[in-house]
Design a protein around this ligand. Structure first.
Ligand code: CDP
Length: 228
């Protein structure tokens, strides 16, 4: 059976898209593209340059100006990929709590999305790609051959985010993380352009009680299944 050539994985913050997406890509020998990293890089550039997160025009211009490159890891420090912003390695900088808070505001600006979606489609042009984000199955690659919507309860997602930050030495109260996740879900789900929602033909995978290995198996089974 031929393997699908483009796989879209969407879902809310902390559902495990990046972890599972990277593993699926590795297993299939496909390119992995975490589109969240691109929005994070634009948010980082905006903070650096003092661009007001409410200034949609300035954010749109910035998104067209910056050069974002995502490629294989250049340092062996646990990263799944390296993110370059105008040539500078921002892989870890874009994972900070400050960026978590600003990024949904930046990502809801239509001109920012247009600039990112154009680049994402170009990167998927040759196929053999696993792309993860919020709107991949609905907007970026509506013809993707397999679509997975990965999700988990907010409490579980806050727990995972807490563990992830703790592993990097940043200890944050669980309640605070839960609050942030709920706020981000709300902004991502209620924005007018490309809101977070499963595509009609996506398979929803609930991961609350699953280990990474179990979630991976489940997603690989969905991918291997003949398309409906
Ligand atoms: O890793 P986590 O799921 O927490 O977030 P992410 O995937 O890195 O995405 C960060 C933010 O970028 C999201 O909260 C969205 O606001 C935005 N985003 C988006 O709007 N569309 C995408 N395709 C990917 C991310």
């Amino acid at each position: 059976m031929p393997t699908p050539r483009t796989i879209a994985i969407d879902g809310p913050a902390g559902a495990g898209k990046s972890t599972i997406g990277a593993l699926v890509a590795e297993r299939l020998g496909y390119l992995f593209l975490d589109t969240g990293a691109m929005y994070r890089a634009v948010a980082h550039a905006a903070m650096r340059r003092g661009v007001d997160p409410d200034d949609a025009d300035a954010l749109g211009r910035l998104a067209r100006e910056v050069r974002i490159a995502i490629g294989p890891p250049t340092v062996r420090d646990g990263r799944a990929y390296t993110v370059l912003l105008d040539g500078e390695d921002v892989t870890w900088a874009i994972r900070s709590g400050d960026i978590d808070r600003v990024v949904p505001q930046v990502a809801r600006v239509p001109a920012v999305r247009d600039a990112m979606v154009e680049q994402q489609r170009a990167l998927a042009g040759n196929g053999r790609v696993v792309m993860v984000g919020r709107d991949i199955g609905t907007v970026v690659l509506p013809d993707a051959e397999r679509k997975v919507f990965l999700t988990a309860s907010a409490a579980e997602r806050a727990r995972r985010r807490g563990d992830e930050l703790a592993a990097r030495g940043e200890v944050r109260p669980r309640q605070e993380l839960l609050h942030e996740i709920l706020r981000r879900d709300e902004i991502d789900s209620e924005r007018v352009v490309s809101p977070l929602r499963p595509a009609e033909d996506a398979v929803v995978v609930q991961t609350d009680w699953l280990s990474v290995g179990q979630a991976l198996d489940k997603v690989l089974r969905v991918i291997a299944r003949p398309a409906a």
